[in-house]
Design a binder for this molecule. Structure first.
Ligand SMILES: [Zn+2]
Length: 160
């Protein structure tokens, strides 16, 4: 998770979804900008951080804290390198395959960071031990505190 924005901060604002009938078949929303089609979330991140969207390279991925591809709320967006993006998606326990609507969930994916057993263990420890903190669990399992928070509140890995 990106240090620019805490989970409390980004969750304090609702998603802003860009819905345009002409691109409704696409996973990400497009907008015509200075003679080119640009992804709305990339444009939103660039403008809100004082950059030109044209300066973003193909290795600069604008990612969503909220995992909502059509969201362009600046607080929900963070910049990542290609590798970081993939790691972030795996850390959240899923990847999108070829823009498919059905994410590949869980540890069946070869690069998943946590196993389903880990997730069960995290929830179990957190439920049983009133003194354990999300930070301690994060350190124990080598993931971020934000991720632990999402796991124990069943925002992710919901199929377990
Ligand atoms: Zn959002």
């Amino acid at each position: 998770m990106h240090p620019d924005c805490t989970e409390t901060q980004w969750q304090s604002k609702p998603c802003q979804e860009w819905n345009h009938r002409e691109d409704s078949h696409l996973q990400y929303a497009l907008v015509h900008w200075r003679g080119h089609n640009q992804y709305v979330h990339r444009l939103s991140w660039a403008l809100s951080h004082g950059h030109m969207v044209e300066d973003l390279t193909s290795n600069d991925f604008v990612c969503h804290h909220c995992d909502n591809p059509r969201c362009f709320e600046p607080l929900h967006l963070f910049l990542s390198t290609n590798q970081g993006n993939v790691a972030d998606m795996h850390a959240k326990g899923f990847v999108y395959r070829g823009g498919a609507k059905n994410p590949v969930r869980g540890s069946n994916h070869p690069m998943a960071v946590l196993t389903e057993d880990n997730v069960r263990e995290i929830r179990d420890i957190y439920a049983r031990d009133p003194l354990v903190t999300q930070r301690e669990l994060a350190e124990r399992f080598g993931v971020t505190q934000t991720l632990v928070g999402m796991i124990v509140r069943r925002k992710i890995w919901t199929h377990i």
